[in-house]
Design a protein around this ligand. Structure first.
Ligand code: GRF
Length: 201
């Protein structure tokens, strides 16, 4: 049976990409296969992880395009060239406008390191999310996988998992716990779920 072709969009360390690669190897991600890693810069360690696992990768830099539209048309061209069915944003830091998201309805998912609708939307990414959670004093945080639309972190929620905030947590300690206990579990689960759904047409 043909597998759902997955492109993983990255910008940083790629620990979520690694979780997807590990799930594919373990057979828990079996309805889809990662056939492309697309990075927003050429220094992302995620590119090394792709190379180590023989996954084709491409770098598309926003600043090399005069407009957001031209940048997004290039993204679409690369995805078409690789026959991609599903896009997974994993620590991806570039803006995607409605011109792009509307072209892939229910075919883009994102992992956000909080329980949406808390600590999400414009300006909430990376450590900033955990700094806000600690500043607010929440006792529970977590991660969310959601469909991507034109509203930052606004698409339909697919999966969520709660993680306890502990005494003495720093943003770095909390980020690591949310990754280990939530992100790296939810994203492969969601990838398998949506890959299966896309096969049913
Ligand atoms: C992390 O802050 C993670 O919570 C979020 O993107 C950032 C980088 O993740 N999803 P990764 O290690 O590049 O997957």
């Amino acid at each position: 049976m043909l597998k759902t072709k997955i492109a993983v969009f990255v910008s940083g360390g790629g620990t979520n990409l690694q979780a997807l690669i590990d799930a594919q190897k373990a057979g828990t991600l079996k309805s889809g296969e990662i056939t492309l890693v697309l990075a927003s810069n050429d220094t992302a360690y995620a590119l090394t992880r792709a190379e180590q696992n023989q996954i084709p990768s491409v770098v598309v830099k926003r600043k090399e395009f005069a407009t957001q539209l031209e940048y997004e048309e290039q993204l679409k061209a690369v995805l078409t060239e690789h026959n991609i069915d599903l896009i997974i944003l994993a620590g991806f830091m570039s803006i995607l406008s409605e011109n792009f998201t509307a072209a892939y309805p229910k075919r883009i998912i994102n992992i956000h390191p909080s329980l949406i609708p808390s600590f999400c939307g414009k300006g909430y990414y990376g450590l900033k999310v955990h700094e806000a959670a600690l500043a607010y004093g929440v006792k529970v945080t977590g991660a969310t996988v959601h469909y991507v639309n034109e509203i930052p972190d606004g698409g339909e929620i697919l999966l969520q998992k709660a993680v306890a905030v502990e005494e003495g947590d720093t943003p770095e300690i909390l980020q690591r716990r949310v990754m280990e206990q939530a992100e790296w579990i939810l994203l492969p689960q969601a990838a398998e779920m949506v890959s299966q759904q896309l096969q049913k047409g």
